[in-house]
Design a protein around this ligand. Sequence first.
Ligand code: LRH
Length: 488
Amino acid sequence: MKKENFVAFDCGNSSIRVVTGLYNGETIALKQLHQVPNETVNVNQIHYWDILHIYKELQYGLQESFVRYGPVSSVGICSWGIDFGLLGESGQLLGNPLCYRNSFGEAVLEKMTEEEKYRIFNATGIPDHPMNSLYQLLGIKKYLPEYYAAARKLLFIPDLLAWLFTGEVCSESTIASTTQMLDMRNNTYATEIIRRYGLDISLFPPLTAHGQCFGNLRKDIADTLKMTVCPFVSVASHDTASAVVAVPAEEDDFLFISSGTWSLIGTERKEPLINRDVYEEGFANEGGAFGTITLLKNSTGMFILQEIKKELEKGGRAYSWDEITRMAGGCEAKIPVFNPNDARFFSPRSMISAICEFFRKDLTIKEVLASAYLSLACSYRHTIEKIEKLCRKTYPAIHIVGGGCRNHYLNQIIADLTEKTVISGPQEATSLGNIGIQLKVSQPDMGLLQIRKILRESISVKYIRPTDELAKRNTLNSYYDNYRALFN
Ligand code: LRH
């Protein structure tokens, strides 16, 4: 069989990546074509995404795929959730998309009553968070009224990129679910909520079905890149949803952590779970591939460590992740723990200072790092215990996928602390899941489980078993007790 060449655009919170998946009829070989950091740009205290920079980098990767592997069978796009760009009356982009780390949504959410918050959760399946697109959009309407008034279409990041590449204006359910404006029971926009808060329903583009072509590379772009036109396929365009497609689980009920800047900790379900307990615990029913639901907690992930690393590197010297984990592992003092999801760590000027201020003392850098890793692992255990309670089930293993799964130091702490086997990999879960869904175009009978099987057979994973050293377990459990005490 002729090899097919599928391209995944994978734009995460911290990197822009283009990957080709060469499919031989049985398995997929991933080839990374291009990767550069993704960063926000701060102008007058507002964080923006540089979408045209992202667009240029993706063009470069697409062209590389054509040069190296010939005509592209199709392209799928996925990105981080929540953020969006606005198009005006003449069909042009009105500005760079704002980043969810701005505070536009905060003031809006503060004014909502408990009853309103629950009503929105009940209608959408998504709990409140100031960064959600709903609150951001209401914040923009209030604080940047001329920007909102000029908007005629709202495109989430993958949709905005799709529009730049194809000219098509459309969306899909996984990315739309991160907005808190999608009704997760019916997979349609939550029109009642959108109207109730005075937002314009016509801003939202139609939703496409997974595994179908929605457009083609614009001819002028193909000519500039000196390549042939290729189709664009609707994939699970929220990066988390694509990553879940590539979880190498054989069983159909599994626990996953999609580990990157954020850690999405959850399970895959056929139906949403919308009730008071889920709301109180802050779990979200996000959209998954082919109408599945990912019941998950959107939890701080590697962000805290990425920020500390950046801060250390301001001194002019680069630190590898191995070095960072060695420093953390070399901490011999008692390790203090904090809640990584505390608002103080959401967007601080200095993460190191924020951590020291939280403990009201100067910690050594080894202590800061050890504390960040341990706190992260404690937050994972805490969330997993809640999932097990909500789903009335105990899971023996945790699948960790995404860039963060490479961190063996962290994986071992997670295994030891949760007393579960960690199955780590694939690191490129988002790109792999993206490409997996593209297989459906030429094989329409293929379902999620078959796609997952092909992806599983295309990769290898590592098993990390929990320690059987009692003393180590006891120390970790006492740290975890300290962590739990933060919530009393
Ligand atoms: C993970 C993620 C998460 C969002 C955040 C902005 O990459 O998409 O689901 O909440 O980024």
